[in-house]
Design a binder for this molecule. Structure first.
Ligand SMILES: Nc1nc2c(c(=O)[nH]1)N[C@H]1C(S)=C(S)[C@@H](COP(=O)(O)OP(=O)(O)OC[C@H]3O[C@@H](n4cnc5c(=O)[nH]c(N)nc54)[C@H](O)[C@@H]3O)O[C@H]1N2
Ligand SMILES: Nc1nc2c(c(=O)[nH]1)N[C@H]1C(S)=C(S)[C@@H](COP(=O)(O)OP(=O)(O)OC[C@H]3O[C@@H](n4cnc5c(=O)[nH]c(N)nc54)[C@H](O)[C@@H]3O)O[C@H]1N2
Ligand code: SF4
Ligand SMILES: [Mo]
Length: 703
């Protein structure tokens, strides 16, 4: 056959870049950016070629695996689904439905099949013990959105293409390509801000790749952003710079907010944040003075003890400065496919608590920091079985070693995953779905978080293998087998495919009346541009009376914790440093280190340390160091760089591929060490349940 061209969006990260893939006879010849995609305009990052590497990877699983006394054995799909359902049913019969648990990882939201079919399976499983990567990533964003806007998925995004002032806290979009902000080609979008005379300012304990391109960068001590944000709000009130604009008609709580922040002056918080009072005051003034400006916070302010407060204050600052729901500010997308669902669907908090530590549920989830203890602690209600999908919590959740040990003791575990990795090696069954280039794709979540309204759908590039199943076929197969009726393959209804759901969602969506159906998207392989973001408040609010309360009671109450921390900042022991994470352009969480083209070159799993901190420990560039925390020890080479704030060390997450029993030949040669063998499951944002991965106290010494 001739060389053919296929267009699709890359589903590896939130930027959803358009791809142009040349192929012939079932082989990929090349992957480039799709210049006709109106949103990504031809941009891609080095990871895009990883889609081909994953597709071709000999280590990628293609048939179900069953663990036996003599090792892993391949088996047929129907027999595997039967056995898995039987085993889950046995646990349920003996110990009740809550003795089973679920962990969903990051790619769940990058696979429309999983995203649309897993909920049905979970209803059949009937367990309260639902965990996900959200509680090591973004629960604070959802919590603040729920409190302020009445729905945890009503997340504002920075309107980058029209802003003239972008204040970034704890995000490194030039490397991550953006998060909770779908903005492909963020590098050129940032340049455009500067080209039109705007400014980009970064607050981060590391002078990041983004900071290097920004107009200003300020170090901040990890975990103290809440004080910076409180003081910025205090300045706005004290200097009479509050301008609600259009929001005034439907906004409450201004007085309560003013009273709450009054005690947090810049001078008051300078010491704890490590920032000069003048700088804090200047940041508040700049945000207020910007005609079009926006404050944006991401992982660095989310995975810390005060994540919920931080994300509340980020939105509050945008509201106070007239930048919420205004062009160039923090706006809400109008996606073609609505993700909010029925009223009340996610309006859930503290309906039940975890058994051992009593941590509250949020959005139907429990915090993953308590997964291991729920497995390890005997007694009524102990977890006996686990289903994982698209996740590698042994490497991605705090105290991964403890979880590693816990998983080994489960009565039953099944993983829906494409690799035999650090987590799935503990499963009794691995069910590998067709993935990436073999799947149809619509970004259900990311169009709803995009900085322009867009929609894009792709058919599979290649047919799935002869004996492969789609993720939705796996979940539907398990759902049917776990349901109340006896399962009979001869009479079971054909599983509902995601296309039907997407088409229905589009027809009932914001652009359905204008003819935006699945067929319309099929006819537009480069995607459809639905225009710039439009103001949506107050109509979009899901709060009582469609009012915006800037001082919601749960958040105000949580300020007590912050007050206590300010009065008595946690003291570090002599020689301790604070550990933070960093992302690397060629790495994607824990799972793409088996792509040969992405891992080649220098070792990226290194500890970044300020030269002064290294000198104090007599450490030389490249030397192997031992990093120790309350929960564990790892060893890795040190890299000295003035880009680190003194007193802070940084290392990437997602490494540690030296554990036995994995089938990741390339990754094992670039094993690195896992930062989550150091992070501590007892550190969390008590309000939202998110892990406090950032700012872990560690000791560093030469080996
Ligand atoms: N210390 C520290 N820890 C962190 C972070 C940090 O910054 N610092 N970041 C956190 C963040 S933001 C996140 S999102 C989490 C991620 O945490 P996880 O989601 O648990 O980890 P991933 O590495 O994304 O694992 C993805 C898994 O999905 C599998 N997979 C890939 N494609 C498919 C597919 O198509 N179908 C199926 N069924 N499986 C597939 C991969 O093989 C892998 O096992 O890590 C968190 N952990
Ligand atoms: N190349 C690549 N891209 C990715 C991923 C990947 O693994 N690799 N992962 C994807 C995922 S799942 C996500 S969620 C996104 C994340 O996207 P981002 O949030 O943009 O990514 P990070 O690089 O984790 O940025 C967090 C920053 O916070 C800083 N930081 C740490 N602690 C603090 C603190 O207390 N305060 C402040 N102000 N800053 C702090 C860190 O130094 C770091 O620079 O990236 C996505 N994109
Ligand atoms: S930036 Fe993200 S979506 Fe774009 S090519 Fe890279 S991994 Fe894919
Ligand atoms: Mo994430």
């Amino acid at each position: 056959m001739d060389v053919q061209t296929h267009y699709r969006a890359c589903n590896l990260c939130e930027a959803i870049c358009g791809l142009e893939i040349k192929h012939q006879d079932g082989r990929v010849l090349g992957i480039a950016g799709d210049r006709q995609d109106p949103f990504s305009r031809g941009h891609i990052c080095p990871k895009a070629v990883g889609l081909q590497d994953v597709y071709e990877d000999p280590d990628r699983l293609r048939r179900p695996l069953k663990r036996t006394a003599t090792g892993w054995e391949e088996m047929g799909w129907d027999a595997a689904l039967d056995e898995v359902a039987d085993r889950l049913r046995q646990v349920r019969d003996h110990h009740g439905p809550h003795a089973t648990a679920w962990y969903a990882g990051n790619p769940s939201v990058h696979n429309s099949g999983t995203q649309l079919s897993a909920p049905g399976f979970l209803r059949a499983l009937g367990s309260r013990h639902l965990f996900s990567a959200s509680s090591v990533d973004q629960l604070p964003h959802h919590f603040a959105a729920w409190q302020l806007f009445g729905h945890p998925l009503l997340l504002p995004v920075p309107d980058l293409d029209r802003t003239d002032y972008w204040l970034i806290l704890g995000g490194n979009p030039l490397v991550s390509n953006g998060s909770l902000m779908t903005a492909p080609d963020v590098g050129n979008r940032l340049k455009a801000i500067q080209a039109r005379g705007g400014r980009v300012v970064v607050v981060d304990p590391r002078r990041t790749e983004t900071a290097a391109r920004a107009d200003a960068h300020h170090f901040i001590r990890p975990g103290t952003d809440v004080f910076l944000l409180l003081a910025m709000a205090q300045v706005l009130f004290a200097e009479n710079r509050v301008r609600l604009g259009r929001l005034a008609d439907f906004t409450d709580g201004l007085g309560a907010l003013e009273a709450a922040v009054a005690e947090f002056s810049p001078e008051q918080v300078a010491g704890v944040t490590g920032m000069e009072a003048a700088v804090i005051r200047q940041l508040a003034r700049e945000l207020a003075a910007a005609g079009r400006g926006v404050c944006y916070g991401r992982v660095g302010v989310s995975v810390q003890e005060f994540g919920g407060l931080c994300l509340w204050l980020v939105s509050a600052l945008n509201a106070l400065t007239g930048h919420l729901d205004e062009p160039g500010g923090a706006m809400f997308a109008t996606p073609a496919l609505d993700v909010l669902g029925k009223p009340g669907l996610y309006d859930r908090h503290d309906r039940y608590r975890s058994r051992v530590r009593g941590l509250p549920e949020f959005m139907g989830e429990l915090p993953v920091v308590c997964l291991a203890e729920e497995i390890l602690t005997p007694g009524p209600g102990q977890l006996r079985a686990l289903v994982t999908s698209c996740g590698n919590p042994v490497l991605s959740t705090p105290n991964g070693r403890q979880l590693d040990a816990a998983l080994a003791g489960l009565e039953f575990m099944v993983s829906v995953d494409i690799y035999l990795n650090e987590t799935t090696r503990h499963a009794h069954f691995i069910l590998p779905p067709a993935t990436g280039l073999e799947t149809a794709h619509y970004d259900v979540s990311f169009h709803a978080l995009a900085i322009r309204n867009t929609a894009r759908y792709a058919e599979p590039l290649f047919a799935k293998g002869p004996d492969a199943r789609y993720d939705w076929e796996i979940f539907e197969g398990l759902r049917q087998r776990l349901g109340p009726d006896a399962y009979d393959p001869a009479t079971a209804p054909a599983p509902e495919n995601p296309e039907a759901k997407i088409d229905l969602g589009l027809r009932y969506g914001a652009y359905g009346k204008q003819g935006l159906t699945l067929d319309a998207l099929r006819a537009a392989p480069h995607g459809v541009d639905l225009g710039a973001l439009r103001p949506r408040l107050p109509q979009a609010l899901r709060t009582a009376g469609q009012r915006l309360d800037l001082a919601p009671p749960l958040l105000l109450a949580d300020l007590d914790r912050a007050r206590r921390a300010l009065a008595a900042p946690p003291a570090l022991a002599a020689g301790q440093l604070l550990l933070v994470s960093r992302r690397e352009l060629r790495s994607n969480n824990s799972w793409m280190h088996n792509a040969p083209r992405l891992v080649k070159g220098r070792n990226r799993c290194t500890l970044h340390l300020h030269p002064a901190d290294a000198a104090a420990r007599h450490l030389a560039e490249g030397q192997l160091v031992r990093v120790r925390s309350r929960v564990g020890t790892v060893e890795l080479p040190v890299e000295l760089t003035a880009s680190m704030m003194p007193g802070v060390a940084s290392m990437p997450h997602g490494y540690g591929h030296h554990r036995p029993g994995i089938r990741l030949d390339v990754a094992a040669q670039h094993a690195g060490a896992s930062i989550n063998d150091l992070t501590d499951e007892t550190r969390l944002d008590a309000l939202t349940g998110n892990a406090a991965l950032s700012g872990v106290p560690v000791w560093v010494e030469g080996v």
